[in-house]
Design a protein around this ligand. Structure first.
Ligand code: ATP
Length: 367
């Protein structure tokens, strides 16, 4: 009987709970034992805190995940864990896996978490060897755990992994952004004000771009499209004075073509004073409301379907197969090699169709 564990890692995202529920129940349905690792890699490294009498790796029953589907965040916790970057931390994690009898791991997180997972899997045989040579575990103890099967699920609000159409949580964050911009618009049009709205996205502008398209924003800044030197003139030309409302969306990682940051304050100052626009301008930083709240239907569906597939993938994986992640491409749930997608993400920003983007942005209000 396989013992399959599920873990959430990195930034939380709506839909992670759907993943946990789907993995736990599918594992049980397929005759396996299901476990959760609480608090991401930190929980895996600690295993059990004797002082607090807390087990971070816990077996889960069918009813333990009741109600998970509709809740936001991740109920099993997540963390960033410095120790897991070090071999010593991964050694402790491997020991805890063996001691708890875990032979397969499903991880839902961003590209960092999934890279860590691939590294852990690649090192697995040498980690076991070291644990035996140090006397931490016996040969007999490690014998049933010669291979570690790991499968990744991409949980991130940024929609920032190549090779999948959507990451789990991205559509919930987008829905929240639209809702918030709608609220702000009511005030903007009542007072003829301009609003500069900062949304999340340090490296990936998907949320800002789709948010701008979905709310009919006037101007947009994203990291993938560094602004030319004349961005100030360009923006002032687009945003005429006297409009009922003006909405500018700016991703956290907005840049000019020299790599300098473009900040909401710079944009606000320009709208307020520059070139005679003189607009009554306010800045709103949406911050963590974008991550929070319940998952939209799409993320519940994605987390569930991908969670089911992840259990099947982890059961079918062999030592020869590459570490895979579960993607959605053209509406189909598929398995794809993980590290190729991570590499592609780092080399080329997720593709943005510039022409479509310009056509959609041209639909802005003119008065
Ligand atoms: P987000 O999209 O929210 O940034 P992420 O999964 O990319 O999510 P990271 O902070 O990059 O978030 O990674 C989460 C954790 O995964 C790290 O704290 C660390 O424990 C582990 N991790 C990340 N990269 C590696 C790596 N190269 N080697 C080992 N562990 C890693």
């Amino acid at each position: 009987k396989k013992n399959i564990a599920v873990m959430t890692s990195g930034g939380d995202s709506p839909g992670m709970n759907a993943v946990v529920r789907a993995v736990v129940r599918t594992a049980i349905h397929l005759g396996c034992n299901a476990y959760c690792v609480y608090e991401g890699y930190r929980g895996l490294v600690i295993g059990r805190d004797e002082e607090k009498q807390v087990d971070y790796i816990r077996q889960m029953g069918w009813e333990d995940v009741r109600g998970y589907l509709s809740l936001g965040g991740t109920l099993i916790g997540t963390a960033r864990c410095k120790e897991f970057f070090e071999r010593d931390g991964r050694l402790r994690a491997a020991r805890n896996m063996v001691v708890n009898g875990i032979d397969a791991l499903i991880i839902c997180g961003g590209d960092g978490s999934l890279t860590g997972a691939d590294r852990f899997r690649a090192e697995w045989p040498s980690l076991l060897e070291e644990l035996v040579s140090k006397g931490d575990l016996t040969k007999e103890q490690v014998a049933p755990f010669q291979h570690l099967n790991i499968v990744g699920l991409v949980g991130s609000i940024d929609n920032d992994l190549s090779g999948t159409d959507a990451t789990i949580g991205a559509y919930s964050a987008l829905a929240r952004i639209c809702e918030m911009v709608d609220y702000i618009e009511a005030t903007a049009s009542s007072h003829s004000r301009a609003f500069v709205i900062e949304v999340m996205g340090r490296h990936c502008g998907w949320l800002a771009l789709m948010g701008a398209v979905a709310t009919g924003a006037d101007f947009l800044f994203i990291p993938e499209k560094p602004r030319e030197d004349n961005w100030k003139e360009e923006m002032c030309q687009v945003i005429k004075t006297g409009k009922r409302k003006t909405i500018v969306i700016i991703a956290e990682g907005a840049l000019d073509r020299h790599g300098n940051k473009i900040t909401p304050t710079m944009v606000k100052d320009l709208l307020a004073d520059g070139n005679g626009l003189g607009l009554d301008t306010r800045i709103t930083t949406l911050g963590h409301v974008q991550r929070g709240g319940t998952a939209v239907a799409y993320d519940r569906m994605l987390g569930t379907l991908q969670g089911v597939e992840a259990v099947k993938a982890v059961l079918e994986a062999t030592p020869e197969t590459e570490t895979c992640f579960i993607a959605i491409t053209e509406n189909k749930i598929t398995r794809k090699p993980l590290m190729a997608a991570v590499k592609e993400t780092q080399e080329v920003a997720k593709l943005i169709d510039a022409q479509r983007f310009n056509e959609a942005m041209a639909l802005r209000d003119t008065e």
